[in-house]
Design a protein around this ligand. Structure first.
Ligand code: GLU
Length: 287
């Protein structure tokens, strides 16, 4: 039995991260399992290596001990490439040359993570693809409808919400490799949870719907299917989910003020939130 905490080093950890890490840690300890740490550092634009030490220091201050070596996604690029090559060989991904503004101009509708791609580049001929790939930056998108013909109907299980019929089509053809990053969040997280043999994926409800995509990728890539637990999110004074930019809830700031980390965590465990912090109602949570 294994859980993980998987922060992205693109901002300092805040109270919401402390809550997420505690949830994953406590489930592992309750079930006599291991609690692993993974640093999701493949976003070349936003990732800041200098924040990694700060993340580890925050977790130690909270009294959260992880098991084994820390896994860095930046060490896993060959695995992402191999998975993409396999999907490419099966005709399940296609290059996409669209910019954000072109996607918006094509009348794309909002989905769980921005606009749902209207499929423009899915229709390109092989010749057009080859020509444009030689000259233009491109992402790689999953042909979700085509993928579903291979996998058939899928389900996954949330420990609180129960069995879910996978609905990856909510997202449209998601990006698996970005123009500026070797793998998207969806591809990297799915491969890494399998690589680290995570049996219980514990994370925030903001990622509840993303599990529909992850379940499809598991089926396509022949990966085991973990159980999921999507926990509540913390909100700031404005009622919105805490963001990395909100300094008030930053763990480093609380530590500098002399707050005791383990006591803070114990309060979060009991559901006692510091003043100015409340439970968020995410716009995409339980279906
Ligand atoms: N790296 C993601 C984040 O910081 C979490 C990924 C996950 O738990 O699946 O939001």
């Amino acid at each position: 039995m294994r859980t993980r905490f998987a922060p992205s080093p693109n901002g300092a950890l805040h109270l919401g991260h402390a809550y997420a890490a505690m949830q994953a840690h406590d489930l592992a300890r309750q079930l006599d399992g291991a609690f692993l740490l993974r640093i999701e550092d493949i976003d070349g634009v936003r990732s800041r290596p200098e924040l990694v030490e700060a993340i580890l220091a925050d977790l130690r201050w909270l009294g959260l001990e992880w098991d084994g070596e820390v896994l860095f996604q930046s060490s896993r690029l060959a695995a992402y490439d191999a998975a993409l090559a396999g999907l490419k060989a099966r005709g399940l991904i296609y290059p996409c040359f669209c910019t954000r503004s072109q996607i918006a101009a094509a009348g794309a509708q909002p989905g769980p993570e921005g606009l749902v791609y209207p499929g423009t580049c899915r229709a390109l001929s092989d010749g057009e693809r080859a020509d444009r790939m030689a000259n233009e930056p491109h992402a790689w998108r999953l042909d979700v409808a085509q993928a579903q013909t291979h996998t058939g109907a899928l389900v996954w299980h949330d420990m609180a919400a129960g069995e879910q019929a996978a609905k990856p089509e909510l997202f449209g053809d998601v990006v698996l490799a970005r123009k500026d990053a070797p793998a998207s969040y969806h591809l990297a997280v799915t491969l890494d949870d399998a690589h680290q043999q995570i049996s219980h994926v514990v994370r925030g409800r903001d990622l509840f719907l993303a599990t529909h995509i992850h379940r499809l990728l598991q089926a396509l890539l022949g990966l085991p299917v973990p159980l999921y637990r999507h926990h509540r999110l913390l909100a700031g004074a404005d009622g919105r989910k805490l963001a990395k930019s909100e300094g008030a809830a930053a763990l480093a700031g609380l530590r500098a003020q002399g707050v005791d980390g383990p006591s803070l965590l114990e309060n979060l465990r009991k559901g006692l939130l510091p003043s100015g912090i409340s439970w968020a109602e995410p716009s995409y949570s339980m279906p």
